[in-house]
Design a protein around this ligand. Structure first.
Ligand SMILES: Cc1cc2nc3c(=O)[nH]c(=O)nc-3n(C[C@H](O)[C@H](O)[C@H](O)COP(=O)(O)OP(=O)(O)OC[C@H]3O[C@@H](n4cnc5c(N)ncnc54)[C@H](O)[C@@H]3O)c2cc1C
Length: 305
């Protein structure tokens, strides 16, 4: 649910900025409004950059007749030397190739230093004027007062033992994105992805029962069922049990995995049907922004005053 709300919010921000382009006569502002910078080259950043590139190619000129695809620029900035650092080298090189084909400007080994709402500065000296910056370089947990600082890791997660129990406490537990089980095998904790949170939830429930019944607890072990990332339509990369897939088959697999995790047969059917329509029509609905009409001035609010 959280990701759906985030996606809708993101979509409305993008649409509002594109709409603002139509109301500006300032050339510099137009360029900034049409420049999109995604910070963080993990699966979320790669998917978002791919989706923006696809929007430029298929949607921009259809919905905004005065704009040209070539006027919109998409950047992807990643601090590590390669994208998708949790995935294989094959996945990285294919993702980079797909992004290049989609004309996304990929920067590796650079860190975004500052952004003041217009000027984005990168540590290699690059300066980009943009009104659209999307942070996908990690989330920060917000912890209640009383949690001591030495329980919080460098990546701002709560350090727990193998059964997700907070360091130094017998009755406080943390799971999912907010938790980090630091071991030699996982020096930075487990990846912040949904399967980790789901598996830890189930595992902790069993361990809590064991603790109540005075039985042995079992340390958490993550069962990595594989990783997938899409880069626009027909393109995805997948690492499943040492097998590396890319392109159309990986993209179909991505769709099947996501449909499978939707609750209820009818919801699965509706989503599949919508996806199929969007795929064949190369279109997507709900792109309208309805603005209040001022009867006195007989003007539609631009939403940018
Ligand atoms: C844009 C985006 C795309 C992603 N895509 C994928 C993907 O494709 N595949 C994948 O596996 N993972 C993906 N992830 C990561 C995945 O969403 C997380 O790993 C997963 O949701 C972690 O689950 P969680 O229960 O730990 O935290 P969350 O899902 O974040 O749940 C925490 C909940 O706690 C609530 N909360 C926070 N503070 C308080 C408080 N003080 N009191 C009460 N409630 C509070 C929050 O509102 C939230 O609902 C994505 C993440 C993002 C941001």
């Amino acid at each position: 649910m959280k990701n759906i709300a985030e996606a809708l919010n993101l979509r409305s921000v993008i649409l509002q900025n594109l709409e603002s382009v139509l109301f500006t006569t300032d050339e510099k502002e137009k360029v900034a409004l049409l420049t999109f910078v995604v910070v963080g080259g993990g699966p979320t950043g790669v998917e978002l950059a791919g989706a923006l590139a696809e929007m430029r190619q298929l949607i921009l000129t259809k919905d905004y007749h005065n704009l040209k695809s070539s006027e919109m620029t998409v950047y992807l900035m990643e601090g590590k030397p390669k994208l998708l650092s949790s995935m294989s080298t094959v996945a990285f090189s294919k993702a980079k190739e797909f992004l290049k084909r989609a004309q996304v400007k990929v920067y590796n080994g650079v860190h975004v230093k500052s952004y003041d709402g217009l000027t984005l500065r990168v540590d290699d000296g690059t300066i980009i004027k943009t009104k659209n910056v999307f942070w996908t370089a990690g989330v920060k947990g917000v912890f209640p007062a009383g949690i001591s600082k030495n329980m919080i890791t460098k990546s701002n997660r709560l350090q727990t033992d193998g059964i997700n129990r907070l360091k130094g406490h017998s009755n406080i537990f943390a799971i999912g994105d907010a938790a980090a089980i630091i071991t030699e095998e996982t020096p930075e904790g487990h990846p912040g992805v949904a399967p980790v949170a789901l598996q830890q939830g189930k595992h902790l429930a069993r361990n809590l029962e064991a603790l109540i019944n005075g039985e042995y607890t079992v340390p958490f072990k993550y069962k990595d069922k594989g990783s997938l990332a899409t880069i626009g339509r027909n393109r995805a990369v997948a690492d499943i049990n040492g097998v590396h897939l890319h392109g159309f088959f990986a993209w179909i697999l991505w769709g099947l995995v996501h449909i499978r995790s939707i609750a209820g047969f009818s919801s699965k059917g509706i989503i599949f049907f919508n996806w199929a329509i969007n795929y064949f029509t190369k279109n997507s609905d709900n792109r309208l922004i309805i603005r209040p009409f001022d009867k006195k001035t007989k003007k539609i609010s631009t939403g940018i005053e």
